[in-house]
Write a protein that binds this ligand. Structure first.
Ligand SMILES: Cc1cc2nc3c(=O)[nH]c(=O)nc-3n(C[C@H](O)[C@H](O)[C@H](O)COP(=O)(O)OP(=O)(O)OC[C@H]3O[C@@H](n4cnc5c(N)ncnc54)[C@H](O)[C@@H]3O)c2cc1C
Length: 642
């Protein structure tokens, strides 16, 4: 059945695979690592995983991590995507590699890097990133943990002054790590020098018990993240040595002299790294959900046509409306994320190698907006894919609930999305001002702000769509700026009068940015690839506009006829996507084991799959008569007495 679908694709799938992974090397590395997971018995998908207790899931995950550490170089970034996307569960090392090591690279001195990096990379020093507290997550500057310098011993006294100051949420803290990068207010001679990171041993090397003066534990079950030991930690006048302070940008001498150097915004640089991973690797989970939903929609039939043939659900226009805009958005986000990766790497190298912060603001702003947009998209996409699979989407054997659960926290962690959007809003206002006062300084990605009018013949071309999306964001930014400036107390105006307008303006930026990246990617491609990508870009651009054209409406830059034309055009493009849909999702090269789904195999019979699991493999059915039945008997006895 699916072979027929594969044959009707109108583009070379391998070229698309290379595009989706950046290049041939990226795709080959993905397949190489995926093959390892596919062939290793411990990494074979097991749906009984979801019948296990959290305790057993954690133990199984630990076993998998050890096996991975034995066989694979987990620190190698080229394999991050398959390491995250392929196995069931997630390795114990994710926070350590994605947050702790990058923070070290940015915040530690050369001496500290030389001393710690080898053991960080080989797990001898395994740490978590302990920034958030019970009372403060987003507002890092207000955290309450203190590190008070004691001149008499040249040590820092790390202390949790109250319950609110308890470190809360750090992944890998609850059970596993021996070290923590603890963020605390640095106090020297009674003066507060702001929040800084301290690298501290928190568990004993031999016994793994918390060090004296430290209390640690797991915070309990969550929605998703079952195998992740998000933890809590408090300190009771814990003494940490002088060089525990990561001191590339701030130094405290043994007699208590404080010396600062470099840009105080350096702390952002390491967070950018994790946000980049969220944009790059985690966006691929939307592709995984789409593969399941599209394949299943090509197996599943409901209702008969005039010829008494049952209709494939993907042939229904309403099903296409659920999945095709998401498919187009997936491609847009992948191409956007490739550009973002380039920006992040350039910025990271400039900071770490040349002490050059010239790209930090631009990178931080784009990345904040992208992290916010992409993580919303992935969770939303997983949920719609689940809904598009009807009842079976609700079962773990579809693979879809897990994607939704595991991706949802990304909306909140590493910078809560609304707050990140507002950070872009600040940058948009600044650049809007610059378009008048310093037009040459406006980065190319923000030059759309210089105008709030458009003159376009055909609104449906990809170039026109990019112009319209830019103009929409420009008008919304001007509107937000006027709301913001209308009050004399600017802080109050920002917080309580213009937040909605500011967030709305910011959320209109990434659709424009993605569209530009999409057009860039299409430009140099061969004819067939270019044609299908152009269709996807159109569907993406139209969808983004139809979702939010409020700015264009405010200044009469779009008419009701044009809106109708956009709607009609999108519908006319769906049959082209329908024909190519399977190959567009299969270009990701995801194996059945990676998909972790019984309802979307590469080949085979989905109903046989589901029936086999329920009737033969489901561990709950292994007992001939389940022990729960004893209680049913008791219920009968109780009822009999009534
Ligand atoms: C699964 C998971 C893993 C995590 N891992 C780690 C980790 O490894 N290390 C670590 O240190 N932390 C970790 N965290 C904590 C995480 O970083 C914080 O939860 C996150 O930064 C959000 O902060 P918050 O909880 O304080 O949310 P809040 O800031 O309290 O947000 C609550 C609501 O208030 C709104 N809000 C707050 N301020 C503003 C404002 N200025 N303007 C408009 N709206 C506002 C938000 O938009 C949101 O709707 C993790 C969290 C989760 C869920």
């Amino acid at each position: 059945m699916l072979e027929k679908e594969r044959k009707q694709a109108q583009f070379p799938q391998l070229e698309m695979s290379h595009l989706l992974y950046g290049d041939k090397e990226g795709f080959d590395k993905f397949i190489e690592r995926q093959t390892f997971f596919d062939n290793h018995p411990l990494f074979k998908v097991d749906f009984n995983f979801f019948n296990k207790s959290r305790q057993d899931q954690i133990l199984l995950n630990a076993q998998k991590t050890i096996e991975a550490v034995k066989n694979l170089d987990l620190a190698n970034q080229k394999y991050y995507t398959p390491n995250i996307l392929c196995p069931q569960g997630n390795f114990i090392s994710t926070v350590h590699f994605a947050m702790v090591i990058p923070a070290f690279q940015v915040l530690a001195s050369d001496d500290q890097i030389e001393r710690w990096m080898p053991s960080l990379k080989n797990f001898y020093a395994f740490g978590c990133y302990a920034q958030s507290e019970l009372g403060h997550g987003s507002d890092v500057q207000s955290i309450l943990t203190v590190a008070t310098f004691d001149k008499t011993t040249s040590e820092f006294i790390i202390h949790t002054p109250n319950v609110e100051a308890t470190k809360f949420w750090p992944g890998e803290l609850g059970l596993y790590c021996e070290f923590a990068l603890v963020f605390a207010q640095l106090i020297v001679d009674g003066k507060n020098h702001g929040v800084h990171p301290f690298w501290i041993r928190i568990r004993d090397k031999d016994t793994h018990r918390p060090m004296q003066g430290v209390q640690i534990g797991d915070i309990g079950p969550k929605m998703g993240f079952a195998v992740k030991d998000n933890g809590y930690m408090s300190f009771d006048h814990f003494r940490a040595p002088l060089d525990s302070l990561l001191n590339r940008y701030i130094k405290v001498s043994s007699d208590g002299k404080v010396e600062r150097q470099g840009n105080p915004k350096v702390g952002y640089a390491s967070m950018l790294y994790m946000r980049n991973i969220l944009c790059d690797q985690y966006t691929k989970f939307a592709g995984k959900a789409l593969t399941v939903a599209v394949r299943y929609s090509l197996y599943r039939r409901q209702f008969k046509d005039d010829n008494k043939q049952e209709i494939l659900i993907l042939d229904y226009q309403c099903q296409q409306q659920k999945l095709f805009p998401l498919l187009a958005e997936f491609y847009a986000c992948v191409f956007g994320s490739i550009k973002i990766k380039e920006l992040t790497n350039e910025n990271f190298n400039k900071i770490t190698q040349q002490n050059d912060f010239s790209m930090l603001n631009l990178t931080h702003s784009i990345l904040s907006a992208a992290k916010s947009n992409y993580t919303y998209f992935v969770a939303n996409c997983a949920e719609w894919c689940r809904l598009s699979c009807g009842g079976h989407g609700f079962a773990h054997y579809s693979g879809l609930p897990t994607i939704f659960f595991e991706m949802s926290p990304n909306i909140v962690l590493e910078g809560e999305n609304t707050i990140l959007n507002l950070q872009l809003a600040r940058y948009l206002l600044k650049q809007l001002q610059n378009t008048v006062s310093k037009p040459d300084s406006v980065p190319s990605y923000f030059q759309f702000l210089s105008t709030d009018t458009v003159k376009i013949q055909d609104v449906t071309t990809i170039q026109s769509l990019a112009t319209l999306l830019g103009c929409n964001c420009s008008i919304l930014t001007r509107y937000a700026a006027s709301k913001f400036m209308a009050h004399s107390d600017l802080q109050d105006s920002w917080d309580t009068k213009s937040g909605i307008a500011l967030a709305k303006a910011a959320s209109a930026f990434i659709p424009y940015f993605n569209m530009i990246c999409f057009i860039d990617t299409i430009q140099y491609k061969a004819k067939d690839t270019k044609e299908i990508l152009t269709v996807l870009a159109q569907v993406y651009g139209i969808t983004m506009l139809l979702n939010n054209f409020q700015g264009l409406l405010l200044k009469n830059q779009i008419s009701s006829e044009q809106i109708k034309l956009l709607q009609d055009t999108r519908e006319q493009l769906y049959p082209i996507i329908r024909r190519n849909a399977l190959s567009l999702v299969e270009a990701q090269g995801l194996s059945d084991n990676t998909l972790q789904s019984l309802i979307a195999p590469k080949d085979g019979d989905v109903y046989e799959n589901m029936y086999r699991y329920a009737s033969q493999d489901n561990s709950l059915n292994k007992q001939k008569v389940h022990e729960g039945v004893t209680y049913i008997k008791k219920m009968k006895e109780v009822n009999a007495k009534l």
